[in-house]
Design a protein around this ligand. Structure first.
Ligand code: ADP
Ligand code: MG
Length: 730
C-alpha cells in the first residue's frame, strides 16, 4: 500500500487519540517559564535587581560581579523548575532561531562535580559561527562570532519532551562588530526611533522622555495531518506543494473563514496556547482563515523587541506542539496553489512613556496636531522609502503571494480611510505661505472636528492595501507568514526615525526664521503631504486598474525578489541606515548577498524536488496507468471489437503519453538550465537567472502537465496525497 493510502487510513485513528488539554485559567500559567521582573525581585539581591532594571531601561552595561549574581539567581530559579541546561538563544540570518545547549554541570580542577552558571557565561558565548550565513563578512574580517546577552528581553525556559533548557536571549555579532543576526540591527533601529520621536514629541509635550515602538502581529498558518505530509516529499522539504490539482471544492463557498474550528485543530490550538502563555506570549485571538485548513492567531501587542522574540518563539512552539497532535504546521507563504496564502500582518504604532499612543487621534486639538504630525511623517517615510519596505518583505516564498489577487500587491501604497484623506486634503489646501496664526487656530479646530474621536470604529476596512491605517496603528500587511518580523520592523522604525529627524530640522529652520512653532509644524506637514501624496491609495489594490494607475504615478512594482532586493544596497539605503546607526554599508552588502543566496537555494531546492517527484512518483504512476490502458485496449482488440469500443481509452492513452513526454523533457531541460545558472559568478545575476531561466521558464509548465495527469490517472495508483485530502481530512 502506498504511503498515501496508509496515511488516509490512519487519520481517523489519530484524530480520536488526540489528548485534550486540560483547561487552566490563563493568569494561573502566564509567564510561568519566564524570568520576569517580579521573579527577578525574588531571586536577585537589591544590587543585582537594580542593575538589571537600569540596564533594561537605559541599555547600561552590567559589570562582572553583578552579572555573577544575576547568573546565580537565574540558575537558582531555573533549577527550581528542573532545568539542567542553558543556551544562548539567538536569531541568525537563516531565519530560524539557534541554540546550543550547555549543562550547568562542570568539573572543578580537583575533579569535584558541581553545577555552575557564572556571569561570563550569561553575558557572552562563542558558538561556532562558521556555519551561519555571514554574506562574506567572516571571510573579509576573518572574525569569529559571539553572542551577547540582551537584557531587554527576559530569559525563559523551553520544555522539549522531558528536557528543560534555560534560554538567554542574545544578539549575534562578529568580533569586529558587524551584526550577524536580526536582533542587533532591530535594537539599533528602535533606539534611533526613540531619539527622533522624543525630539518631535517635545514640540508638544516636554514630559516625554522615551518613545517605544509597539508591534502586534497576526500569524496565519496551515495545519495538515502529519501522515499526509510525510507522503508529500515537497511539503517535507520545502513546506509547499509543488504539484497538486485543485480539488472540486476549494475556498469558493467561503465557508471556512471564522467558521467553527475543527476539533482536532482546536485541541492543538489550546495546547500551543497554554505552552505560549507559560512563555509569556500574550495570545488573544484564534480563528479560521479564508482557505480550508488555514488559521490565524494574534496576541496583545507588545514592545517591538519582545513581540519579535515572541513571534519567533511561538512559531517554534507551534511546530513542536503540532507533533504531539500528529499534525504539521505550515508557515510557508503559499503552501497550496489556487487558494489563499499566508501572511503576517504587522500592526505597528509608537507609545510615549507618558502613556500616549502616538497614532491614536487625540481628544483635544493640540493632541490632534501631535497625532497628525506622526501620521503624516509615516506617510512621508513610506513614500520616500517604499523601495526599502518592498525589499524588507522580499523572499522566494513571498513572491508566490504578493500580487496574487489574494494578498497585497508588490506595489507599496498607504491606505488612510476617508476621514483622514479629507483631513490631509484640507491641510494641503488651506496651509499656504500666507498662513497666519488665526488661520492656524481655525484649521486646528476644523481638523479636530473632522477626526472622529473613536477612529477605531470609523476607519473603513481595506483588506487590499499593503500598508493601512486601522484606527490607532498602521498595519503592514505584505509581510510573509514565515518571515522574522525583525526585518520589516527594522526598516519601518529606521525610515520613521530618519523622517522625524528631518522633520525636526525642517520645523526648526522655520522657527529660526521667526515662525511660531505650531505654524511651522503645519507648514512642514503641508509640504510633506504634497510631496508624498502619490503613495496614498484608497481603492482596490488587487485590481488591474491600480497596477496601471501605480505605473502612471511612477510607483515601483517589483514582482520578484532578486530585483526587489536591490533597494537594500542603493546609495539612498546606505545613507539611511548608516546615518541612523542601524547598518554599516558592509553589513548591508552582506545581508543583500545572504538574501540573494537564500533565494537561489530555495528555488534550487524546489526545482530539485519537482524533478524528484516528477521522475519518481508522477511518471511511474502514469506509466502504470498507461500499461493498464494498453492491456485493456489490446484485449478488446483481440476480442474483435471495433475501434469505437476503445477509442476513449486510446484518447486517454494519448493524453497521458503526451503529458509524460512534456514532463520528462522539461525536467531535463530544467536541470540543464540549473547547470548554466550555477556557473554564474555574480550572486545577483545568478538569482535573476534562477528566477527567469529556472522558475519562470519551467515551474508552471511542469506543474500544469503533472496536474493534468492527476486528473487522468487512476486514483488507486496515484501516490501523492491530493489537495482534497491535505486540506479537508483531519
Ligand atoms: P484587527 O481588526 O486588525 O484584527 P485588532 O484590534 O484585533 O485589529 O488588532 C490586531 C492586532 O493589532 C493585535 O495583535 C493587536 O494587539 C494589535 N494592536 C492593537 N493596538 C496596537 C498598537 N497600538 N500597536 C501595535 N499593535 C497594536
Ligand atoms: Mg488586522
Amino acid at each position: 500500500m502506498s504511503l498515501r493510502f496508509s496515511a488516509i487510513g490512519s487519520i481517523t485513528n489519530e484524530a480520536s487519540g488526540v489528548p485534550t488539554p486540560s483547561s487552566t485559567k490563563i493568569t494561573g500559567i502566564f509567564n510561568e517559564n519566564v524570568f520576569t521582573l517580579k521573579t527577578a525581585r525574588e531571586f536577585l539581591s537589591d544590587e543585582a535587581y537594580k542593575s538589571l532594571i537600569t540596564s533594561i531601561r537605559g541599555g547600561k552595561k552590567i559589570d562582572r560581579s553583578v552579572a555573577n549574581q544575576i547568573a546565580n539567581g537565574l540558575r537558582a530559579w531555573a533549577e527550581g523548575k528542573g532545568v539542567t541546561h542553558y543556551t544562548h538563544w539567538f536569531q541568525p540570518l537563516t531565519g530560524t532561531t539557534a541554540e546550543k545547549h550547555d549543562s550547568f554541570f562542570t568539573l572543578k580542577g580537583d575533579g569535584t562535580a558541581i553545577e555552575e552558571f557564572d556571569g561570563a557565561a550569561l553575558i557572552q558565548q562563542e558558538p561556532d559561527a562558521s556555519s551561519f550565513p555571514s554574506g562574506g563578512l567572516r571571510a573579509t574580517f576573518e572574525a569569529r562570532g559571539y553572542t551577547a546577552w540582551d537584557p531587554s528581553s527576559p530569559a525563559f525556559i523551553i520544555e522539549i519532551g522531558k528536557g528543560k533548557t534555560l534560554c538567554i536571549p542574545t544578539i549575534f555579532v562578529s568580533y569586529t562588530g558587524e551584526s550577524l543576526d536580526y536582533k542587533a540591527p532591530l535594537l539599533k533601529a528602535l533606539e534611533a526611533l526613540n531619539k527622533s520621536a522624543v525630539d518631535v514629541c517635545n514640540y508638544f509635550d516636554k514630559n516625554v522622555t522615551k518613545v517605544t515602538a509597539t508591534l502586534g502581529w497576526e500569524q496565519e498558518y496551515f495545519v495538515v495531518d502529519e501522515a499526509l505530509v510525510n507522503a508529500r516529499p515537497d511539503l517535507v522539504q520545502c513546506g509547499r506543494t509543488v504539484f497538486g490539482a485543485s480539488p472540486a471544492k476549494g475556498q469558493q463557498l467561503e465557508d471556512h473563514y471564522f467558521g467553527s474550528i475543527p476539533e482536532r485543530v482546536y485541541a492543538f490550538m489550546r495546547d500551543f496556547e497554554s505552552e505560549s502563555y507559560k512563555l509569556g506570549i500574550p495570545l488573544r485571538t484564534r480563528h479560521n482563515e479564508v482557505a480550508p485548513g488555514q488559521y490565524e492567531c494574534a496576541p496583545i501587542f507588545e514592545e517591538v523587541n519582545i513581540a519579535v522574540d515572541h513571534n519567533i518563539l511561538l512559531m517554534d512552539v507551534m511546530s513542536r506542539v503540532a507533533k504531539r497532535h500528529k499534525l504539521v504546521v505550515l508557515f510557508h507563504e503559499k503552501p497550496f496553489a489556487g487558494i489563499n496564502g499566508s501572511g503576517k500582518h504587522n500592526n505597528w504604532s509608537m507609545a510615549t512613556d507618558t502613556g500616549v499612543n502616538l497614532l491614536a487621534p487625540g481628544k483635544t486639538p493640540k493632541t490632534n496636531l501631535m497625532f497628525l504630525t506622526f501620521f503624516v511623517n509615516i506617510i512621508k517615510a513610506v513614500h520616500d522609502h517604499a523601495d526599502i519596505m518592498r525589499a524588507a518583505i522580499a523572499s522566494a516564498p513571498n513572491d508566490h503571494r504578493l500580487g496574487a489577487n489574494e494578498a497585497p500587491p508588490a506595489i507599496i501604497s498607504v491606505f488612510v480611510g476617508q476621514y483622514l484623506s479629507k483631513v490631509l486634503s484640507d491641510v494641503e489646501a488651506r496651509v499656504s505661505t500666507k498662513f497666519d496664526e488665526q488661520d492656524e487656530a481655525i484649521l486646528k479646530l476644523d481638523l479636530h472636528r473632522s477626526i472622529p474621536e473613536l477612529m477605531l470604529d470609523n476607519t473603513d476596512r481595506n483588506r487590499t492595501s499593503p500598508f493601512a491605517f486601522t484606527g490607532n496603528k498602521f498595519e503592514f500587511r505584505a509581510v510573509g507568514s514565515s518571515a522574522n518580523c525583525a526585518i520589516s520592523m527594522t526598516v519601518l522604525n529606521t525610515i520613521m526615525a530618519d523622517t522625524l529627524k528631518k522633520f525636526k530640522v525642517d520645523v526648526d529652520a522655520l522657527i529660526e526664521k521667526g515662525d511660531k512653532k505650531e505654524i511651522a509644524i503645519m507648514q512642514v506637514i503641508q509640504k510633506y503631504i504634497v510631496e508624498s501624496k502619490k503613495v496614498l491609495f484608497e481603492g482596490d489594490g488587487y485590481s488591474d486598474e491600480w497596477h496601471h494607475e501605480a505605473e502612471r504615478r511612477g510607483l515601483p512594482n517589483l514582482k520578484t525578489t532578486p530585483v526587489a532586493l536591490d533597494a537594500m544596497v542603493s546609495e539612498k539605503a546606505k545613507k539611511l541606515f548608516e546615518s541612523n546607526g542601524v547598518y554599516s554599508h558592509t553589513e548591508l552588502e552582506a545581508r543583500h548577498e545572504i538574501e540573494l543566496e537564500k533565494y537561489i537555494k530555495k528555488v534550487q531546492i524546489e526545482a530539485r524536488i519537482m524533478g524528484d517527484i516528477a521522475l519518481n512518483h508522477i511518471i511511474p504512476s502514469a506509466i502504470k496507468y498507461q500499461n493498464e490502458l494498453l492491456k485493456n485496449v489490446n484485449g478488446l482488440k483481440e476480442a474483435g471489437l471495433p475501434e469505437s469500443a476503445y477509442s476513449s481509452q486510446l484518447d486517454i492513452l494519448k493524453a497521458v503519453s503526451e503529458h509524460i513526454q512534456v514532463i520528462h523533457t522539461k525536467v531535463h531541460q530544467m536541470v540543464e538550465a540549473r547547470k548554466i545558472a550555477n556557473n554564474i559568478e555574480n550572486t545577483r545575476t545568478k538569482a535573476i537567472a534562477y528566477e527567469s531561466q529556472v522558475k519562470s521558464a519551467f515551474f508552471d509548465e511542469i506543474r500544469y502537465n503533472v496536474d493534468k495527469l492527476e486528473h487522468l490517472v487512476d486514483d488507486d495508483i496515484w501516490t501523492l496525497p491530493k489537495y482534497r485530502e491535505m486540506l479537508f481530512l483531519r
